[in-house]
Design a binder for this molecule. Sequence first.
Ligand code: ZN
Length: 1201
Amino acid sequence: MSDKDDAETMRGRLRSERVNSLFSEDELIEDYYDQPAANDSSCWNDYGLSTLQSSGTVSRSSSMHSGSTEGLDASAQLLPIIKAGWLDKNPPQGSYIYQRRWVKLDADYLRYFDSEKDTYSKRFIPVTSIVRVASIGDQKFEVITNSRTFAFRAESDADRNEWLRTLQQMVDERKFKGLNRISLFQPPTGALESVDKCGLLELRGFKNKLYVVVAGEKVFLYKNAEDYRQGIGITYIEMNVGNVKDVDRRGFDLTTPYRIFSFSADSDQEKDEWVEAMQQSIAEALSNSEVAEKIWSVEANRFCADCGSPKPDWASVNLCVVICKRCAGEHRGLGPSITKVRSLKMDRKVWTEELIELFCQVGNCVANQFWAANVPPSEAIHVASGSQERRRFLIAKYKEGKYRRYHPLFGNQEELNKALCATVTTSDLAETQSLVFCGAEVSCFSGDLDFPNPISLAEQAGQKLQMEFLLHNKNSEIPRVEVGSSEEKHYSVILPSVTHNGFLYKTPSMAKLVHERKSREEFSRRWCTLNDSIFSYYENDRNAVPNGEIKMEEIVCLVNNPPDTHGFESTFEVYIESERLYLFGLDNPEAIWKWVKSIAKSFIHPRADELLSHDFERIGRLQYKGGLNLERAKEGWFALSQSVLYAFFEDSDKEEAVHLKKLQELSIQGDSLVLVERRRTLYIQGERKLDFLGWVAAIQKAAGSSGDTLSEQQLTESDIPVIVDRCIDYITQCGLTSEGIYRKSGQNSKTTSLLEMLRKDARRVRLKEGEHHVDDVSNTLKRFFRDLGDGLFTKEFCQDWLKAAAVENEEEKIGRYRQLLSSLPVVNRATVKALINHLYRVQYFSEMNQMNTHNLAIVFGPTLFQTDGKDYKAGRVVEDLISRYVVIFSVDEQEMRKQQDEITAIIKMRIAGSSSGTQQAGDFICTVYLEEKKTEAEQHIRIPATMTAEELTFEILDRRKIETKEKEYWSCFEVNEREEAERPLHYSEKVLPILHGLGTDSYLVVKKQLSMENMLIYLASRVSDSKHGMMKFREERNLLGLGLSTGFHDRYFILNNSCLRLYKEVRSLKQWMPAVETSHRPEKEWPVKNLKVYLGIKKKLRPPSCWGFTVFYENEKHEKQQWYLCCDTQMELREWFASFLYVQNGGNVWPSESSKVRASRTQQDSRLGNISLIPLRGNENEMRNSVAAFAADPLTLLRNV
Ligand SMILES: [Zn+2]
């Protein structure tokens, strides 16, 4: 029953008893209000007392502060009151009593109050929603809106007629304005535009939740969403007098001088959003509206130039148009060369007197006469247009100039410029606008040297507004219809329009990742629609106004959660640009997947829509750096599906796949996630925190081992688990000749911890000689296979393998094996091959390691088949595979021979030990530091047997892009941490033997040898090749076993071109003559070539000065000695050290032409073959330049020799 019907039947019921109006349909606000005295006047008794005041019409021009009663709530009234007075309002349904109401009309609303003192109305009806007003007799009249009719009774016919006349005038004015706007479309309802936040909130004193809307500077209260859609509300709160205060977890107060509104939200999250929205609204209300008032003084400027929304408080200062907030957002997307967006209220500085005046003279009216001269109604936008429509319209209007009025001179540049020069000296701004936006050049040459351009001409002519206009358009882009799509960024891409709807369960949006399980109770059922690139959720499917919406272009990431992550079987997460996360769920995986696909389709860039073909868990856009240009971050589209990250990089239209389990390195550096592949390093950047953290966790998880089967492990390029690869590699390097390899069991605890480490992140584990024992490593490999889920040969085929072993016919058996091999999964097949290849090599050295094929088969049979060892057939299979390796795996014979040679070389190398570095051997991978030992300075480098210290130095410097300057003596140092001593390697020294001899507490570092220049000067200036002098001497007792001295003692030393001699008695050398040397017997004498001289002495020994050496000596019988020498001054130390270098290297201390070596290195690289380029750690330059370290395939280690 409508209000109108009520009104008809009302007369007869007038005398009936009054019904309590609490919670009555139409009078909600009084439920909450403290009962003000004036409220009594609504009692029917009062009605009859004829205390009605005569209604007074307040002049429209009167300011809001003028009225005596209005003065009380002046600050809450921004618009002047046009008419106010007492009226009787027909009662709501169920009541028979007319209610006395104080009714006010302003330009926007018709409102009624309990009393004239009230600030907050009981009801407001937007003038825009009034369709017509009509007289219905008995001093009564109706206000008719699309949805409802309100009946009022005036005190007299005259008063009634006055109300009717005023209302009619307002309605007509509004209609006229509507027609005058460029958009012919009125919003279908009185609903608000530019809503900042809306939804249901509990308000203390109300039984039901209210629909609350924060829009601009006001907060509106509606009975429900339906009322909001119809535009008819309870009251609104001007936020310039508001103050928001947190009360408890879900509650907050909006305090005004007149009333405290105590709200309560559904969750603390929701509450935070409300508080934030209201605070924003207060800020907006408090911002300066002076500029806006001035600009709005012109009628046309009171409606958005583009969509017609009322009270637009934004502007494009170069286009001279006043626009609404939503259009302003889309204007920004066009870029400042097309439109410069400023706020009328917040950007105070830009609003000079001239600019305001320009807006009054040009403004929306003149601007649209030009820009919107030919808008087809089908393309126009209106208040309710979606952002995609707006964007499309604004691009056409301002970027392409599609609707503009062409100037007659269009296309004739010279004439346009000439006309502009002439026009700017006049006050014809419309002509200037037309000329400029049809191509006249703002900075063209006028032909007059004194006033060379239009701006100076305007200035000279005193045309300040012309100047202002020209200045704002100095760099403006002239509209072009043929705007290329290449310039368009993602935000201007027209996304495909996907439509989908249905019920979903939704939690309040969140600002952090969801780590905990959300129960069903935390979700609320919502009707959801995806339409026109907007996802909206509603209270139910009958509601027309959404509780909230997500624009597709705001979405940065979409996640399809694994089943049962939360209380619903399937859930998905939506991440938006402003770092919020929405969680939706349903007990229907197919429906959820449909939603996920629909949403993904509507926000993924069309060029990347191939990503949608994957069963992705996560999809979205991310900033990344990669390739050769690391300076600029680019935008890419990514989808994660199991362990593959699919990507559409900015400069490519082809999908690329990053196999996360095959990464060589995965780390976080600063705010980037670094993915190192064999041929590429990708930096994914954390542009926004929320979705980035989600991606990092997901990628890390996908890159790790996900289970205990082979294919779930981290893999090498050749599909071998990294665990297997690391162990085989290590045994090949260090354990091939180790007796009982794979039979000895190693230490159980070490095996357990090593396997655990490898399982956790095999990629990060570096097995090192000295740190890991071969038997522990070999045992780890066996344990891995033994515990492997599904086994190496798979449960399915396991028995077939064992059966094959029993086949007697050799040929048939091999055929069976080959066939079984081909039916294994890729990873299993590759792993079987790698392992058997390895075992084949192990048995090759059975003379040394005692592990022939049969012995290996005994060990590996039960391990690989996971049997108890009683089934001899398991051993048979392994034995067959090893002994028929070449045939079964179709190994190329030449390859085989080469491999064998290489392994032989490694063995020889190891046997020969560090004394020989000239033989060919497997390249050794070594960690070398730059300048100091720290992780950032780490370089992993492949050391071929021939590499010299100088080559290594240059390799490191090249990687780091360090230019060597003259008089910089970069060298490679061997640092012994235990001894606190270091030794610069001679430039020609081979690095590999040194590495083999390097203890666990030693490492290599490349740095400048600071004393080299002084040493070279000394060597060049000295007269004799020998050096004599006193030094303090100390022997290492433990090593020598002599126990002669414990401290440092003075000794006299003579160093000549072959020996270092030590004399106990100084006095025995009264004269430092060569003759004396030979005539005396030294206490000790050492051949210099067998000495290793290190700079530094460990502090524990308390050396008498810091200028000391540590010297190692090894005689022919491999007996080692260690002693210390200490000088009094640094100069002495340098001279001694220089002399040692001189003698040890036959006078060749520093290369005369180091550049030669540098140039020849390129050749060396090619000799190394096709080394993978794997940047590891460090800065961008290094990433680009660093070369190769790890080969994924253990065999490449050997092949490259
Ligand atoms: Zn607009």
